[in-house]
Design a protein. Structure first.
Length: 164
């Protein structure tokens, strides 16, 4: 657990330097889940202001977007998302509506936590909605594995180094 936090601290420091060099204000972060919000808060401490879009008990497939989400995304320096198809039904239109180029896919403030993760339970063959809650890219709950948190931090640090 301590090694995981060290990697996440390195990643957040790199983020802060890349996104807001010399800035005195807190880094504004929007996380899609409360788990990701908690991780950013643990690392960033008083240097970050973090909100989660999803309620802790909410089903990610039935998120009801609210106008406040667009405002939060518009002001964000960083969007931390699970990725894959976890938020695909509701997040992309909100990001587009926010008119914040930093958090669009590929932007300096876009953090898809699934990059570099070895995915499990990837469905084989034809996938249809009749099969129920099927994730076409694999199990999106990868971030619950502490070993994957190290990969997430490492991947983000490398990506920021290449952009700055």
């Amino acid at each position: 657990m301590k090694r995981m936090l060290v990697w996440l601290i390195v990643a957040l420091v790199a983020l802060m330097l890349a996104i807001a060099p010399g800035a005195a204000r807190k880094l504004r972060v929007v996380a899609t889940t409360n788990d990701l919000k908690w991780a950013v808060e643990q690392i960033g401490g008083k240097n970050v202001e973090v909100v989660a879009l999803m309620h802790p008990l909410q089903n990610p497939h039935t998120v009801q977007p609210r106008p406040s989400f667009i405002v939060q995304l518009n002001r964000a320096d960083l969007l931390v998302r699970v990725g894959l198809d976890y938020e695909e039904t509701w997040l992309p239109p909100l990001v587009e509506e926010s008119r914040n180029p930093k958090i669009r896919r590929g932007g300096v403030g876009d953090f898809d936590a699934s990059i570099g993760i070895t995915l499990l339970e990837i469905p084989q063959g034809r996938v249809t909605r009749e099969q129920g809650e099927v994730h076409i890219f694999g199990n999106p709950h990868y971030w619950l594995d502490p070993e994957n948190m190290k990969i997430i931090a490492r991947t983000r640090t490398i990506g920021l180094t290449q952009r700055t």
